[in-house]
Design a protein around this ligand. Structure first.
Ligand code: ZN
Ligand code: ZN
Length: 86
């Protein structure tokens, strides 16, 4: 069944090609490739929680902690605003 092997090879070549395309495509086309580079204070009065900060591995752009996870953290902070819940 050499045919199946050929099909697999073709498929794998296509996957490799697409991965390469995505890796080198401009961010405007496929979006930033965020990499976790650290954390920063979420900015609430609590002062002890942090949100993740990401940097794009392609264009070097930084989200400065503006991301979905940070939004969640800040929403959580807002919900227990006024101190640590008893
Ligand atoms: Zn980018
Ligand atoms: Zn907070």
């Amino acid at each position: 069944m050499a045919d199946l092997h050929e099909q697999l090879e073709e498929a794998e070549a296509r996957v490799a090609y697409l991965k390469r395309r995505i890796a080198t495509a401009p961010c405007a086309e496929v979006g930033h490739r965020w990499k976790h580079i650290g954390g920063k204070n979420c900015g609430c009065e609590n002062g002890s929680c942090s949100v993740p900060v990401h940097e794009c591995t392609v264009c070097g752009d930084c989200d400065y902690g503006e991301n979905a996870e940070a939004e969640e953290t800040r929403a959580e902070c807002a919900s227990r605003k006024g101190g640590i819940d008893a």
